[in-house]
Write a protein that binds this ligand. Sequence first.
Ligand SMILES: C[S@@+](CC[C@H](N)C(=O)[O-])C[C@H]1O[C@@H](n2cnc3c(N)ncnc32)[C@H](O)[C@@H]1O
Ligand code: SF4
Length: 440
Amino acid sequence: MTGAPLPRPYVSYVYAYPHKTAYRPLPGRPELAALWADEPKDALSLYAHIPFCEVRCGFCNLFTRIGAPDELTTRYLDALDRQAAAVREALGDAPARFAAAAFGGGTPTFLTAAELERLCDIAEHRMGADLRAVPLSVETSPATATADRLAVLAGRGATRLSIGVQSFVDAEARAAVRPQRRADVEAALGRIRDAGVPVLNIDLIYGIDGQDEESWRYSLDAALAWRPEELYLYPLYVRPLTGLGRSGPAESDGEWDARRLRLYRLGRDHLRAAGYEQVSMRMFRRPGAAPAGPDDHACQTDGMIGLGCGARSYTSALHYSFDYAVDMREIRSIIDAYTETGTRDFSRAQVGRWVDAAEARRRHLLQSLLQAGGMELAGYEKRFGTSAHEDFGAELDRFAERGWLDGTAPEGLLRLSAEGLGPELFSPDVRAAMAAYEPK
Ligand SMILES: C[S@@+](CC[C@H](N)C(=O)[O-])C[C@H]1O[C@@H](n2cnc3c(N)ncnc32)[C@H](O)[C@@H]1O
Ligand code: SF4
């Protein structure tokens, strides 16, 4: 294929496929009991979403609000408790078994120590997740990673704490509209290590205004000094309605893409030289460190129960959640509506996207290919009864022509090259739905 413009890298890397911007209100609001009736329930994942932060960082488009006035956290946890009861009931009599749990956000440690105890109680007693027996991953931030909260999480069985640092250079944090001081970040990392949770993950961002090779290496080294079991390197995305999205780019798209690609390669090579293994485009793991939480490779076949108003849930046929927004005012009203939802309304899915057989195949391919380890062709064929080349031949040929497939992969393994990308693989339907989404 000649002459076709190469898509820009990093255009729309997503956390999950299909992305929430492809979700729509579900006609008839299906009953959860019917949705889950025939689903395997012996290895579910539990995710609780806490949509509160002390600040709103300039790059962030996650579903979260600043602060929680008027005991909003109490009302939120009350609603989470009602939702958990409704979902538990919908899962039926046969006991559901949870194989992993995670608290994300926002910033789960925005909650006080006592509120975190309550959150763990809801997960254990209402949902039946045995937190001490399964991997439990929790996100935190420098300002909220206090010793009392960390002690609760460690005591309840947290196996992984993931902290957003973004940059160890104060001027870069400011440029990303992430008000924090290096000294406070170091103190938080010390408290996390003292808490004795087995896996520490540090998030860093590359592509921030003013960040160059030297300052990026400086942040990487500052992170490596803590010997974190995991590191996530995120390319900076600037999305509509975020703080940075409003102020506009400081350089042309092409320049910025080129800088991010240079910084990505530098980061990858630097971590590899320090002995880290690349697990996906973003994730790096220290050798010998036990995997202790969900990584990029969201479980392909098992169901997900999401609690909280920003959480997704997945059955094999439907991905669903509550309404989604980025704009602060919209987010606040969705959270308020969530806190007022009664148990009965929690027993139905509201917004979502059906995942038909073709989309399930695509999701498997996309999520496997985003892993450095690639996709076993035989595993695909066993699951779907067709071969990946039969289903995606034209797209894979295009990838090969662009040099995005790793020609050195062993037979039977489909693996992206260092230049390979994921979002290209979105289906036309999902891309159209995402494009038609009106940011709010
Ligand atoms: C829920 S936060 C982590 C925990 C905590 N809220 C914090 O910020 O410290 C998720 C992570 O996603 C990454 N992230 C979010 N939006 C991003 C964007 N627009 N570009 C790059 N990375 C982003 C950041 O590295 C951030 O730490
Ligand atoms: S990056 Fe973290 S602390 Fe900042 S707004 Fe997003 S979720 Fe909140």
